[in-house]
Design a binder for this molecule. Structure first.
Ligand SMILES: [Zn+2]
Length: 127
């Protein structure tokens, strides 16, 4: 998206459904990240992971890098999603999209950052 956009949900039943879905997505992401990090820990417990001369060394290192990049990818997608405000970390807020940072912020954090950035002479960061 290229434009600032705010999504407000007024109906309390719809808000409840939205919040439950966000929580579900948050938990699914966390579970996935934890599983990948646990796999990385297992890889690093192997003595072959640390032995450059072992034939499995390259395979283990590549698997570790693959897991690390998958975790980075998941976190990047999550951090820019509408699921959670990256400033206050709340999952149950109405959100505003920031086209400069290409991410969603709750309305309150967006407004606080917008005012701060105007004072700092950078109104372009929070239009
Ligand atoms: Zn916030």
């Amino acid at each position: 998206m290229k434009k600032k956009r705010t999504i407000r949900i007024k109906d309390p039943r719809v808000r409840k459904v939205r919040n439950e879905l966000r929580l579900l997505l948050h938990e699914a992401k966390s579970k996935e990240v934890i599983q990948k990090i646990e796999k990385q820990k297992k890889l690093k417990k192997s003595p072959h992971f640390w032995d450059e001369k072992h034939p499995n060394y390259t395979t283990l290192r590549k698997e570790d890098q693959k897991l690390a990049s998958e975790v980075d990818r998941l976190r990047t997608i999550y951090d820019r999603s509408i699921i959670k405000c990256p400033v206050c970390m709340k999952l149950d807020k109405d959100m505003t999209y920031n086209p400069y940072y290409e991410g969603w912020y709750c309305i309150e954090c967006y407004e606080a950052n917008r005012v701060f950035n105007i004072e700092e002479g950078r109104p372009d960061l929070y239009p």
